[in-house]
Design a protein around this ligand. Sequence first.
Ligand code: ADP
Length: 284
Amino acid sequence: FQVEVQRLTDELPLAAHAVVVLHDITALVRAEQMRADFVANASHELRTPLTSILGFVETLRGPARDDAEAHERFLAIMHQQASRMRRLIEDLLSLSRIELREHTPPVGTVSLEDVVEGVVMGLEILAEEKDMALQVEMISDSDLVAGDEDELVQVFANLIANGIKYGRPGTPLVIRVDRPARGPAQMPHAMRDACLVVHVIDQGDGIAKEHLPRLTERFYRVDTARSRQLGGTGLGLAIVKHIVNRHRGALTIDSTVGQGSTFSVYLPCPPPADKRARSSDFLR
Ligand code: ADP
């Protein structure tokens, strides 16, 4: 609590001379703490590869100056570390751009089939390396939602790339576009009123229940070493969450350890184009 004391001076002939006002600043302090944690985490994530690059530069200038084989090896590692820094900076920029736009939902109409097919095409090589098939299932008759195409590409690129990274080699990764199932009345609006839902279903190791609530936090990883080794930044799901929020949609995660995970994105309907056409007909 922030305590504020207001003097009442002489105007009031009552016994009270001051009022104490208590402001609840819990949310403010929490937001400030989160911001500080974020800056500390981002700096740490950037410093680790930078320290490694500087170390290799020193070695190449000193002890390994005339070692051609070491040159090749160290340059490859430096390239890898610099790429990691670039990915991290790109993700940080995406996140801040999306946060700035989060209060204004996108107004366009997007074909989910186009988005999913495009992303799948771009990730096919990555999937083949793990002997995984990317299976797209279009269950719904329509594939249109309200949204921003570039942002939705980013959502499904992150989810499908995660499905490949954390999926089990030799198993398929299913991307299913469907109408949302009718749920109970207390279901969140963003899910109940959604036009379509896309499920990304993997058969990987799954995620233990205690991690699920924190999975979309920036830099939260179940296994940091594994994520880094797979080229992860720890920001992918935070980006997904913010984009889905901006779309006024919903993200759910279902997972069973040892069996796999399902990430589901619920998206709203496009503006009713035929309704607009009809009202203009009426005006004529
Ligand atoms: P990263 O860059 O580490 O993959 P994300 O934000 O995309 O970051 O994901 C956060 C963490 O969630 C990952 O480090 C991983 O532990 C877990 N995770 C994400 N997707 C999956 C999945 N499909 N299966 C198992 N774990 C996953």
